[in-house]
Each structure stands twice: as structure tokens, then as C-alpha cells.
Write a protein that binds this ligand. Structure first.
Ligand code: ADP
Length: 419
């Protein structure tokens, strides 16, 4: 039996037409939106399309024109259905690409015969002069609609930008507000530690203070990442370039993560880096970037896995590689993971621990890494065969950093290339 695609946004209007067609034994596919109709027609190749003209968004005239321009759908007869018939509707529909026209409400007695006729090849004709006039009118309507849509999009875009700015301002303010009490907690925890050692208090109190210290550290890291992302967004990272021994920096970061690696019983292999030249870099920010990559390597690698850090000189830059034997990353996610707030893992795994297996955070770590490395005039990317939590193909993150600091105009040129 022939298949009919029925494009109608009003469910009450579609009921009668649907019943009549189904009673005749036709298979009816209903769709209530213009773009979805184009998609379905391309996929399902119906034998006939019944098109309500007054659809919200893209209207039935425009959809018909589009369908008649596609090689895979141009042969399908389109019959327009219109309520509130106004003078010239029929010619307007035919000029837009429809093959026939039936006014609404449909006549229960004649409707099935009309459908059968269109299925057997009936095509309504339009006079040459009317065609030219209606085509011109149709084009004008399309251009007007396009203009209105562009204006709407522009306004929506401006509104989104405004909301995004409000959000960013709020994040920065909230983070600054958090920083002050955090510094106090941090400072007093250090003092307490010293007191406990001096007074020889019970190990329990010692442990409590240790935990307090770790929590404060973790919290300040999160706040730092939020502030850093905001600064990167606003292009306001204030880097202080000094000659830096990358090997020494890596070793001191590894030191920081030693207990997490021990807890996860992972093996960390750091290749010698003494032979490498010093680079001009900002120690504080680069430390954060490398630490974020190492922390991810620990988190996304199972217990007993291997993490390897090595660095080679490639021309005028150093390529720092952090390789893990973890769950890996799918090819289509490799760029997106560097976007802020992008979290691949199921949020059920979310964890505030810096080491828990697959314990994703806020999705800010890699965006800070990219911002910091690019502010140094470098590049960051990841290589991975794909995601597989059983086979664990691993990932290798590359942080390529120029040995000399970038000239400001080079950074500007780099930004422009990105756009
Ligand atoms: P998060 O704080 O959630 O870890 P990141 O920006 O650091 O955020 O990472 C973004 C996403 O990239 C993570 O949610 C994770 O899915 C993926 N990812 C990052 N590093 C690795 C890695 N070494 N192996 C596998 N997936 C990773």
C-alpha cells in the first residue's frame, strides 16, 4: 500500500485526515515540523506528501521548494493543504513546488479520490503568467523570512552573550569571595599542624587536621581553575616569563601526586630531562597545566596502570608527553575535551578526589591546560586509539612549549588563525 507523509502541526486538524487515509489502507507517517519533514522525506521516500502550509518556523511553501530541489525527493508529489483559503493560494502553492492543492477542511467524500488521483500521476498546472508573478512573490516572502530569521538569531546571540557574561562575572565574583575565607582556613590549618607537633597531641587530632588541610587544598585548586578559566576567557592571563627547568618542575609536580599514585598502585616512569634547554615560561601557570594533565592520567588509568612522562626537543620547542594506560578517548571527543565544562565520563563517577578512578571533576582542567599552553605560544593535543574501559588503550597528551617566549604579535596572529 502507498505510504503518505503528512506534515501538520495541529493534532486536532490531523485527526480527520489521518482517519480517512488509514481507512483507505494507506500507511500514514505524521510529522509536525518543517525541518523534521525534510529529514523524514529524505530517509523514508514516501509515495506522496500532504503538506499543511501554515506551519510555524519554516512554512509549507519553503519546505516544498526545498523538497523539489533535492534529487532524492524531487519526484515525490506534494499536495498542499490550507485552511483560511485566500485568493491565489492554489497558484502560490504550485509556484512553490507543490503538485496539487486541497483546501481545508477536507471533504470526506471526495478527499480519498483526490489522493488516489495524485498517486496515479495527476499534476495540477499553473498558467505561465501566474507562475512568474507567484514565483516573484514566493522569492520575496523567502527573503523577508530570511531577514526576520537573521534578525532573530542576531538578537538571540546578543542575549546569549549577555547571559554568558553575567554567568562569567558571577563565577569570578563568587570565586574571589571564596578565596578569602579559604586562605584563612589554609593558614590556620598550617598553624594548627605546627601546634600539634609542638604539643605532641593525639594522632587522631593530627589526622583530622591533615584531612582539613587536604580538603582546603582541593577546594582552592577548584577555585583556582575557575578563576584561571575566567582569566583565559577574558584574555587576561598575566604571565611572568622566567627561565625554567622543565625537568625540575615536572619532578616537583610528581612529588605532589606521589601519594595519589601510591594509593592507586600505579607505576610512574619519568624519563630524564636534564639534557633539555631551559624554556621561558610562567612557573605558576605551567605547574597548574602539567598538574592537571598528570592528575587526569592518574584518574583515568586503572589501578596498577602505567603513566610515563617524557620530553623531547623538536626544533625551537619542547614536547612534553604524558602517556597513560587508561580508558582512552574517542576520536570525535579529542578536541571537545579541551572545552570548558566538557565532561565525558558519566557524572555518576563524579568525585572531588584527585585520584579516584574515573572520578571526573568540573570539566575545567583541560581547558586551563589549553589556555595556559596557548598563552605560552604553544599547542596541546591528545593522541588515543579510542575509548575502551576494558582494553584500556591509553592516551598521550602533548604539551608543546616554545623555548623562547612568544612575541605578543605572534600570539595575536595565533588567535586570529584560530578564528
Ligand atoms: P575533569 O575535571 O572532569 O577531569 P578535564 O577538563 O580535566 O575535566 O577533562 C575533561 C574530560 O576529558 C574528562 O571528563 C575525561 O572524560 C576526559 N579525559 C581527560 N583526561 C583523560 C585521560 N588521560 N584519559 C581519558 N580521558 C580523559
Amino acid at each position: 500500500m502507498p505510504r503518505i507523509m503528512y506534515v501538520e502541526d495541529d493534532p486536532s486538524a490531523s485527526l480527520l485526515v489521518h482517519r480517512i487515509l488509514a481507512a483507505e489502507g494507506y500507511e500514514v507517517m505524521e510529522v509536525d515540523d518543517g525541518l523534521a519533514a525534510i529529514e523524514l522525506a529524505r530517509r523514508a521516500h514516501p509515495d506522496l506528501i500532504l503538506m499543511d502550509i501554515n506551519l510555524p518556523g519554516i512554512d509549507g511553501y519553503a519546505i516544498s521548494t526545498k523538497l523539489k530541489s533535492l534529487p532524492e525527493t524531487r519526484h515525490i508529489p506534494i499536495v498542499a493543504l490550507t485552511a483560511n483559503v485566500i485568493e491565489g493560494d492554489r497558484d502560490r502553492a504550485l509556484a512553490a513546488g507543490c503538485d496539487g492543492y486541497i483546501p481545508k477542511p477536507v471533504d470526506v467524500d471526495t478527499f480519498p479520490h483526490e489522493i488516489a488521483a495524485f498517486l496515479s500521476g495527476k499534476r495540477e498546472q499553473i498558467a505561465e503568467t501566474a507562475l512568474l508573478e507567484k514565483l516573484e512573490e514566493h522569492t520575496r516572502r523567502l527573503v523577508n523570512r530570511l531577514e526576520a530569521t537573521i534578525t532573530e538569531l542576531r538578537n538571540a546571540n546578543a542575549e546569549l552573550r549577555r547571559i554568558d557574561k553575567v554567568k562569567s562575572d558571577f563565577i569570578v565574583l563568587a570565586s574571589h569571595e571564596l578565596r578569602t575565607p579559604l586562605t584563612m582556613i589554609y593558614g590556620y590549618t598550617h598553624l594548627l599542624r605546627a601546634e600539634i607537633t609542638a604539643l605532641n597531641l593525639s594522632p587522631d587530632i593530627n589526622l583530622m587536621v591533615e584531612k582539613l588541610g587536604t580538603a582546603a587544598e582541593r577546594l582552592s585548586r577548584v577555585v583556582d581553575d575557575i578563576v584561571n578559566v575566567s582569566l583565559i576567557d577574558a584574555d587576561q592571563l598575566d604571565l611572568e616569563f622566567v627561565p625554567l627547568d622543565l625537568g625540575a618542575l615536572v619532578h616537583s609536580i610528581v612529588e605532589e601526586y606521589q601519594s595519589a599514585i601510591y594509593e592507586r598502585q600505579q607505576i610512574l616512569q619519568v624519563e630524564p630531562m636534564d639534557h633539555l634547554p631551559r624554556i621561558q615560561a610562567d612557573q605558576k601557570y605551567l605547574r597548574r597545566a602539567i598538574a592537571n594533565v598528570l592528575s587526569n592520567a592518574i584518574k583515568y588509568t586503572p589501578d596498577h596502570g602505567l603513566i610515563k612522562i617524557e620530553c623531547v626537543q623538536t626544533g625551537e620547542a619542547l614536547d612534553l608527553m604524558v602517556q597513560d594506560s587508561g580508558i582512552g578517548i574517542n576520536p570525535d571527543e579529542r578536541d571537545r575535551i579541551f572545552e570548558k565544562f566538557y565532561v565525558l565520563e558519566n557524572t555518576d563517577f563524579h568525585s572531588s578526589s584527585p585520584s579516584r578512578f574515573r572520578g571526573g571533576g568540573m570539566g575545567l582542567g583541560l581547558s586551563v591546560v589549553r589556555g595556559v599552553v596557548e598563552a605560552h605560544g604553544g599547542q596541546v593535543w591528545v593522541e588515543s586509539e579510542g575509548y575502551d574501559e576494558v582494553r584500556c588503550p591509553g592516551s598521550t597528551f602533548h604539551l608543546v612549549l616554545p623555548i623562547q617566549p612568544p612575541l605578543p604579535e605572534d600570539l595575536k596572529r595565533h588567535d586570529e588563525c584560530e578564528m
